[in-house]
Design a protein around this ligand. Sequence first.
Ligand code: KIV
Length: 287
Amino acid sequence: MSQHIKQAAEKITVPKLLKMRQNGEKITMITAYDATMASLADEAGADMILVGDSLGMVIQGRKDTLGVSIEDVIYHTKCVARGVTRVHIMADMPFLSYQASYEEGVKNAGLLLKAGAESVKIEGGEEMADLVWYLNKIGIPVMAHVGLKPQSIHTMGGYKVQGKTKKDAEIILDDAKIMEEAGAFSLLLEGIPLEVAEQITRSVQIPTIGIGSGPHCSGQVLVCYDILGANPDFKPRFVKGYADLHEVVNRAFSEYIAEVKSGVFPGEEQSVHRDLVAVKAEEKKKS
Ligand code: KIV
């Protein structure tokens, strides 16, 4: 663990995140779905981990997030929680875990907290205001996800930037304000023009975390595998890769495979010998 993290190993709580926003300190969020990746994000100094329903795509290999269940997110939240000490853990509420009824939404959000999450994220605006209000009242902090909402892929007609027209931008701005008023402690702004994200960020007091929404948000989030460059075929405009994991992993796996095939691995260094003194003593005892 770096010296920087050792000195600042204070738990990142919701009040701390609100203070960061007040102080104009940028908030960093990285998705993670397992203990190893979560501990790497924690050690690197991320402020928040999102156990995103993007796990449907990057872990389960689905084409969208709609098939992810509450049990899936509970499982991955438990894995993440075992790997971290400092970073704030937020869990996504997957499709149909909160839309069908208010009661189900409350119960499922509670199950995520029992699994180790410290807050939850739901997609929606005005239509989710009552749920957000109640969750906040019973001690479940909520981030509201507005703009491009992947769980509404079929109404949007694909993963398309939202809020390009004045009217659409106003609807997103209104949703953001309503969510703040309802008690959301933060907003996720996905896939909206940077001007709209800037206007929302100026209009609310709570942190705005952006993805594909420009630099004026209070913080940013990216999927861990996109930061690491794991998939060379997925390079949307809003992603910046900070490593070439695809190349690193491909090289390491290929070398391992070649060495096993050729008999180089395992070698002397990775092997143990019998204890010849003990073997001789055993033989002597037997004879
Ligand atoms: O599910 C997820 O990972 C998300 C991010 C893309 C913000 O919602």
